[in-house]
Design a protein. Sequence first.
Length: 107
Amino acid sequence: MAKKMKKSNATPKTKEGLEVPDYEALTTIDEIDELLLEHKENLVRKDKVEYQIKETKRETNKDLNEQLKELREEREHEMGVIDALYETKKRLLASAGIATVPGASAH
């Protein structure tokens, strides 16, 4: 004797785990309108959240890019100061008659 399949009361879900309405169980226009309103409101709310996230991301990226620009400028400045100090050191050593070792880097 074949076993009778019991109908599951579980709400159907998508592969992502999101609940799907049981469309066959909807029997009135009011039920459908209520679900339409609920899902439209959810969509609007999620659109607002998405916009806020994108705006925050845009502002964060803008701030980070500015920080990187400032850091590059500061690094270039430091490298310029180091080069100038080595040149000054080399000049002072030369004026004191102290020769640098040929082939040795001044840095």
